[in-house]
Design a binder for this molecule. Structure first.
Ligand SMILES: NC(=O)c1ccc[n+]([C@@H]2O[C@H](COP(=O)([O-])OP(=O)(O)OC[C@H]3O[C@@H](n4cnc5c(N)ncnc54)[C@H](O)[C@@H]3O)[C@@H](O)[C@H]2O)c1
Length: 295
């Protein structure tokens, strides 16, 4: 059977760890030649070696792709080594802090603007002329937090909302060139970010984050990579401007925030109207005459 990305060339930003590692390995296993892109301190070299050791094609690019020259050099590496570019995966991102907004470090906000927003802008901008030639596609990392907003990480959610809205606009703009653009919206995934030992969540936030998921657990990086694979492949030829949530249902169900509100703030306001029928509404099937009546 033909592999699903046979003959394709893909760049995966943030490909050295977490979800990006899974995307890089999944794509290579499905026949793509992969440029695994990451910051100099990321384990990019190891991911490339592991892909090659299992018979796949990969090369590493170490650089900060929020910077224009570096993004262009990353795209150029794909062209020089593999001859073309079919797929750009904008997966790079950071999650540096959790705090209520009045205490949220300005530095962490700026860090996210740079690494979550500039990366997607610079890479998409550099890649588009080449994706137009191959009728390729872009898939970017949105988030459940970008759709709904999330307490304690409000600026992070905002950066992901930017990615998701940017992608929708780009999908419409680039359709005439034959380029598709989509997003994946992960819920809490089993990477460094969602464990108190390795990320900025404390134990309470970690517990609520996982317990808020209807499926009752974190997703795995591979489960997320499966959806990237579909969207990046020709099987998704009629899918553009979409966000596919891979979130265990959490975007729909988010529901634990009320537990945090102290009792004195839970009092309902008394109001001024004299309301007597508040509990007499239509809450079960009724057998009554149809028609119009005036009383
Ligand atoms: N883990 C989750 O629960 C979760 C949930 C929703 C969305 N996401 C999104 O998925 C993506 C991957 O998250 P992850 O959990 O695998 O995190 P991760 O930290 O393991 O992977 C992100 C990688 O991107 C790299 N990176 C950051 N800025 C870069 C830059 N300027 N240039 C090059 N590389 C850069 C990082 O160094 C890191 O290796 C992120 O965009 C994130 O917003 C993750």
């Amino acid at each position: 059977m033909k592999r699903r990305l046979e003959g394709k060339v893909a760049i995966v930003t943030g490909g050295g760890s977490g979800i990006g590692e899974a995307i890089s390995k999944k794509f290579a296993a499905e026949g793509a030649s992969v440029v695994v892109c990451g910051l100099p301190s990321d384990p990019v070299r190891k991911v490339v070696d592991e892909i090659q050791a299992s018979g796949g094609k990969a090369i590493g690019y170490l650089g900060d792709v929020s910077i224009e020259d570096s993004a262009e050099a990353c795209v150029q590496l794909a062209l020089d080594d593999f001859g073309k570019l079919d797929i750009l995966i904008n997966n790079a991102g950071v999650f540096p802090a959790t705090a209520e907004l009045d205490k949220y470090p300005v530095e962490a906000f700026e860090y996210m603007i740079k690494n979550n927003i500039y990366t997607a802008f610079m890479m998409s901008r550099a890649a588009l002329p080449h994706l137009q030639k191959t009728k390729g596609n872009i898939v970017s990392a949105g988030s459940e937090a970008g759709q709904m907003g999330s307490p304690m990480i409000t600026p992070y959610g905002g950066t992901k909302a930017w990615v998701m809205t940017f992608s929708r606009g780009l999908a419409v703009e680039q359709a005439k060139h034959g380029v598709r653009v989509n997003c994946v919206g992960p819920g809490p995934i089993d990477t460094a970010w969602t464990h108190k030992e390795t990320g900025p969540m404390d134990s309470k936030m970690e517990k609520n984050t996982v317990n808020g998921v209807p499926l009752g657990r974190r997703g795995t990086p591979e489960e997320v990579a499966n959806v990237y694979l579909f969207l990046a492949s020709d099987e998704a030829s009629y899918v553009t401007g979409a966000t596919y949530f891979v979130d265990g249902g959490v975007t729909l169900s988010k529901s634990l925030s009320g537990e945090e509100v102290p009792a004195h703030l839970k009092q309902q306001p008394a109001g001024d109207l004299h309301l007597n029928h508040g509990k007499e509404g239509h809450a079960k099937i009724r057998k009554e005459a149809t028609g119009t009546m005036t009383v």
